[in-house]
Structure formats: C-alpha cells, structure tokens
Write a protein that binds this ligand. Structure first.
Ligand code: ACO
Length: 427
C-alpha cells in the first residue's frame, strides 16, 4: 500500500480496497472515491455534503479553521482594501487583475450591456406589485435565456466571456427593476455615464425621468463613500467556493442547460434564510429584539434545544472562526459610523448580541461566530436600501462567482452530469 492511497476495510467481508489520495495546493487532501461503487458495490453517504468535495477548482480558497478567504490566491482583505469590484470581477473571470486598459474596456463593455430588452421589461412589469424582488429577479434571469438563447457553445471561449459579461451587466438592472416593480413605481433605465456600482444606486433612487434629489447641502445625491461601501459589499460576496447556490448552479449547468437558467436556479437557492436570505432576517430579528435589555432573553431562546429560534447572522458551515468577510464589514461599519446615518439602536443591539455570544459557552463550543450577514444589513440600511433588496444585492455580487464556476466546470474534464445516489429506506 502506498502513502498516496487510503485503504477501506469492509469488516463484514474482510476485503480491503485502496483509493487514491489527491493533494490540494492549499487545504485538506481528498480521497478519490469515484470508483468506490465499482470496487465495493456500496455507495458513500454524506447528507449535506459535510465531508464531500464535489469538484476541483482553481478559483476560491477558504480555510474555515483560520478564517481565511482568497480569490485566485489573493486575500479578501487585500482585495477589499485595494481593488474595486470590477477589478475583482475581471480577475475572477480571467485569472489575473486587469491593467488600466483592460479595466477600462471591461467597465465600458459592462455599461453598454446593462440595458434590457423592452420585452423583458414588459415581463417584469407584469408581476404583481409587492412581489418579493428575489422572485422577480430569479424569473427575470431565467427569462433572459430566451432573449440570449445563443450562449450554448461551451467550446467557444469568446462567446463564454460575452455570456459572462452580459449577465454581470444586466443583473443589477433586473434587480433594480424588480425593486421598483415591488413598490409599484416606474423603472429607471441605466445611466451609461455612471460606474457599475453608482449606476445601481441611481436605478434604485432616481425619480421618474432620472432626476436625483439634492441634499440640503446641495451635494450630489449619491456620495462617493456610499459607492465605496456598496462596492466593498459586492467584492466580499463575489465568490465563496462550493456553497449551496454555487453547487446548484454547477449541478444545473452539468445537464447542459442554458447558463442563465443555471444562474436563475442559483438565485433561488440563495434566497433561503440559511443562505443569502439571512441578511434580511438579521435586521428583522434585531428589530424584533427591539431593545438592548431584551438581548439576554433571545440569547437564551437561541440556546434552548427545544426552541427552533436561531440567531440570524451567526454560524457558518465552513468558518469555524470569525468569517473574514464579517471582519472587513465590521471595520467598514466603524469607518462609516460618523459619515453615514447608521442606525444606532440596531447597532447597539447587534453589538450587545456579539459581546454576549462571543463569551458564551454555547456559541464558543459550537464555533458560532458572526458571519457576513450579521454586519451587512446595518450598512445596507445606512445606504437607504430597503430590506427586501438585501438578498438581491448578494445576488449582484455573487453573479460573477457563479458564472466563473460554471465556466470552470464546462471547461474541465470533470464536466459530467451531477447525479448522486441514495440510501433507499422505503417499502
Ligand atoms: N443560533 C443558535 N444555534 C445555532 C446557530 C445559530 N445561528 N447556528 C447553529 N447553531 C447550533 C445548532 O443548533 C447545532 O447545535 P447542536 O449541536 O446542539 O444541535 C450546532 O450549532 C450546529 O448547527 P448546524 O445547523 O448543524 O450547522 P450547519 O453547518 O449545518 O449550519 C448555518 C450552518 C445554516 C449557517 C447555521 O449556523 C445557521 O442556521 N445560521 C443562521 C443563519 C445564517 O446566518 N445564515 C447565513 C450563513 S452565511 C451565508 O450564507 C452568506
């Protein structure tokens, strides 16, 4: 038996089977069990994939024990501090940061592609008022595949890049239209003179006809500090290796479905409270707690095994230490405190929860630390973004990750339909 194999012994039969160990460039090695059934006649069983690597990938690395996150080898702290979201997008798609010319070309192309076909606008218009923007967004993105039904030639690299740039550019417009539709107010077309992030805030905030409100001081309505804060939030959400929504995108794409249909499924997967929907739930929960004096009572509820109440924004499947994205957001929150109108009451409650939970045996023993969603809601509220838009903002940031992962799958030797097996326990 070599050091590079893992031996499985079936104690029922005494038979031994060797499986290759594959080494990672960072993080744990894996045991290649792709021949497990063929060799042993049994399946492996891993509900929720807690020990299963579903693919190999060069895009994002997470060390959950250390609280480390890297895109293409660069740390999230370095990227959030020194690079714009569009630079990060370019890097995820192309494997390297852009030079000035490449960034300009990429930026201009996204601006030009941000418009929607009028028929798609009509479709969005036909949703009921007060529909949740996530429902409109996932349907709108699925419908986008009927407007751009080409994009199916996975061998064509240029076509793939165009497909990726198109979806990254259009998602903010669909998200902003979805929001305005949910309020029953007229949609605002993209403004090509504004940057990616500024344009999104503009499409949310402008009055019909594109007019912007002037502040008392007569300054521009969208402040640079707001653009920077939202841009950082997009960067922090850009990719997160094989999370539930990315795995969904890969699984749907593995059948050969249209890339935008796969992204639409990722949006649906993200919506749940256990995943991207948590950012909306955090603020709802802070408001429900209402007063600092009530925090203890809710901490006790979260610890009670007979109560299914959970502290939203706490815990993570992979991070067993502070979520590094949460650290960046916490320091962003501190920087913004004086500049933006951060809700001091919500912040006080959040600070108290964090203070208690970080010292409490229940949370310590289960490695439950604040995750990205714990902080993003307070910042988004200060940016005057309504709560139902929190998860769509996660979608905007994550689209580049989904599409990069999808293209990686399509270009790899592992491109194979995802088809797990089961332990049958029925009649
Ligand atoms: N509050 C209270 N207890 C918790 C919490 C929480 N937020 N999260 C986990 N626990 C407890 C569980 O009750 C369980 O306790 P037990 O061992 O006594 O039964 C233990 O910690 C392990 O929990 P699991 O649910 O098994 O952990 P899992 O890795 O499956 O879940 C998840 C991770 C879904 C993120 C979970 O921590 C959670 O529900 N958190 C709240 C929702 C949230 O913030 N989601 C955002 C995740 S980040 C993102 O998607 C961007």
């Amino acid at each position: 038996m070599s050091k590079n194999t893992f031996t499985f012994i079936n104690n029922r039969t005494g038979k031994k089977y060797d499986f290759d160990i594959l080494d990672a460039t960072r993080g744990p090695s894996v045991v290649d069990i792709s021949t497990f059934y063929k060799k042993t006649g049994m399946f492996t069983f891993d509900v929720g994939f807690t020990s299963t690597a579903s693919c190999s990938s060069e895009i994002t690395f997470i060390d959950g024990e250390k609280g480390e996150l890297r895109y293409r080898g660069l740390t999230i702290e370095e990227l959030a501090q020194n690079h714009s979201y569009l630079e990060v997008c370019y890097m995820l798609l192309n494997g390297k940061l852009p030079n000035a010319d490449e960034l300009l070309g990429f930026d201009l192309e996204l601006r030009h592609r941000s418009f929607l076909d009028e028929d798609l606008k009509k479709l969005i218009d036909s949703f009921p008022d007060r529909a949740h923007p996530m429902a409109i967004l996932s349907s709108g993105v699925s419908a986008l595949s009927s407007f751009h039904f080409e994009h199916l030639d996975i061998e064509d690299k240029e076509e793939n890049q165009e497909m990726a740039r198109r979806i990254i550019a259009k998602i903010p417009t669909i998200a902003a239209f979805s929001f305005r539709k949910s309020l029953g107010i007229p949609m605002i077309y993209p403004d090509i003179d504004r940057s990616f992030t500024e344009n999104f805030l503009y499409m949310l905030r402008a009055y019909p006809g594109g007019k912007m409100k002037r502040t008392k001081e007569g300054s521009r309505e969208i402040r640079d500090i707001e653009i920077k804060a939202l841009d950082t939030i997009f960067t922090l959400h850009a990719d997160h290796e094989q999370n539930a929504s990315t795995t969904t995108v890969r699984n749907v794409a593995s059948t050969g479905a249209h890339p935008y249909a796969a992204i639409s499924s990722g949006i649906s997967a993200l919506w749940g409270r256990a995943h991207g929907g948590a950012n909306e739930s955090v603020i709802a929960q802070l408001e429900m707690i209402g007063e600092v004096k009530n925090v203890d009572k809710f901490i006790e509820k979260a610890k009670d095994p007979n109560d299914n109440f959970r502290l939203m924004g706490f815990g993570h499947r992979v991070y067993k230490n502070f979520d590094p994205r949460a650290k960046v957001l916490k320091s962003l929150q501190d920087q913004l405190k004086d500049e933006l109108n951060l809700d001091s009451k919500l912040m006080e409650i959040a600070t108290k929860i964090e203070e208690i939970a970080l010292k409490d045996e229940y949370f310590i023993s289960r490695n439950l630390y604040p995750n990205i969603d714990f902080y993003s809601g307070v910042i988004l509220t200060a940016l005057r973004i309504d709560r139902p838009m929190f998860t769509p903002i996660f979608v905007i940031g994550r689209t580049v990750g989904w599409i990069t992962q999808l293209m990686e799958l399509q270009g790899s030797k592992e491109f194979k339909i995802a088809r797990p097996r089961q332990l049958y326990i029925g009649k």
